[in-house]
Design a protein around this ligand. Structure first.
Ligand SMILES: Nc1ncnc2c1ncn2[C@@H]1O[C@H](COP(=O)(O)OP(=O)(O)OP(=O)(O)O)[C@@H](O)[C@H]1O
Ligand SMILES: [Mg+2]
Length: 318
């Protein structure tokens, strides 16, 4: 029995998304550069993220310590753990947004923050008010050029840089198609459902053709069908485009079938490994501090039962 029943074969050819030709100052142009060593190999053996004996402090308080882990190219990895244990902190450390208290961190062969143009990042808790007028297509476009021009002004950019504008439009259309959001992308994003908004935001993270996707609870607040749809979409992106996916989740079930590795964070460190080795009743009960069962369904898939959505206290210890 395969632990990855829905795995899609990894593409052995380079990605087809073209760089933004004539726009060499954009981070997107460097992303697709042929010289990047991580891009040259596609066998999954290249190290994308490495932590060696790392400790994190937030607001002067220790959060977790003694964390060592490796994520290799093309892996689909979940970061799990109770509320407040420091999952978002780990992601911020990888992005160079937060320093480490001890240890060494390498991301895409560089110090955290140095390779951020090759990373797509979806922060935690994004919600658009129903009155938000900006269209989904503009949100996606912001991922391409928002850092340079602020909110894009279509007429100005079309007049000043017609070729770049056309290429940007084409790129936006490509990622919208990839995530299946084309038909609602021209609506105000406040009028899109939670799942539709999530697809648009994932499209934004993809627009610069990242090698690493870092997603903080992308399944949060979605119903079961939307969770399944987004999980399958991320798996497709991971397998067919060889993008490494590092995703924080509270409920592991929607993504369980797709995972190569799980990272269970606890104050004392992290337990990492393939899901079938790490997702065991003993490990989860110890980490969450509450009884948790792990069952197999008829298809042989692991099902976690009893993981609390909101544990009564942070850092439960036994
Ligand atoms: N700005 C801050 N100042 C002080 N403490 C903070 C700050 N931000 C986060 N913390 C604390 O750092 C710890 C780790 O926070 P973090 O957001 O990384 O946890 P998390 O595992 O992502 O939690 P959740 O599952 O609720 O998203 C928590 O105890 C939190 O209260
Ligand atoms: Mg968090």
């Amino acid at each position: 029995m395969s632990p990855h029943p829905s795995r899609i074969p990894v593409a052995s050819t380079p990605r087809t998304v073209p760089p933004m030709a004539g726009d060499d100052n954009t981070p997107g142009a460097s992303v697709t550069g042929a010289g990047a060593p991580e891009r040259a190999q596609s066998n999954g053996a290249v190290t994308v993220v490495e932590l060696v004996d790392v400790a994190a402090r937030v607001g002067g308080r220790p959060v977790w310590s003694q964390v060592s882990l490796t994520v290799t190219a093309g892996q689909f990895v979940a970061v799990l753990g109770p509320n407040g244990v420091g999952k978002s902190t780990l992601l911020k450390i990888l992005l160079g947004l937060q320093p480490v208290a001890a240890g060494t961190v390498t991301v895409l062969g560089a110090r955290p923050g140095r390779a951020n143009t090759r990373i797509g990042y979806l922060p935690q808790r994004r919600a658009f008010d129903a009155q938000t007028r900006i269209r989904g297509v503009d949100i996606v476009r912001l991922g391409l050029d928002g850092h340079r021009w602020g909110t894009p002004i279509p007429l100005v950019s079309r007049l000043l840089r017609p070729t770049a504008h056309r290429q940007a439009q084409q790129r936006v259309a490509e990622v919208l198609d990839l995530v299946g959001a084309t038909h609602y992308a021209h609506r105000p994003i406040g009028q899109c459902s939670g799942g539709e908004q999530q697809r648009l935001l994932i499209a934004q993270t993809l627009i610069r053709d990242p090698e690493l996707l870092i997603l903080d609870e992308p399944l949060d607040s979605l119903d079961a069908p939307s969770q399944a749809g987004i999980s399958a979409l991320l798996d497709t992106i991971c397998r067919t485009r060889h993008v490494t996916v590092l995703l924080v989740a509270h409920d592991v079930n929607p993504i369980l079938a797709y995972l190569d590795q799980v990272i269970y964070l606890s104050p004392g460190g992290a337990v990492t490994g393939p899901p079938e080795q790490v997702i065991t009743p003993d490990t989860l009960t110890r980490l969450y501090g509450t009884p948790i069962d792990v069952l197999r369904d008829r298809a042989g898939r692991l099902v976690v039962i009893g993981a609390p959505d909101a544990p009564p206290a942070h850092h439960p210890r036994r």
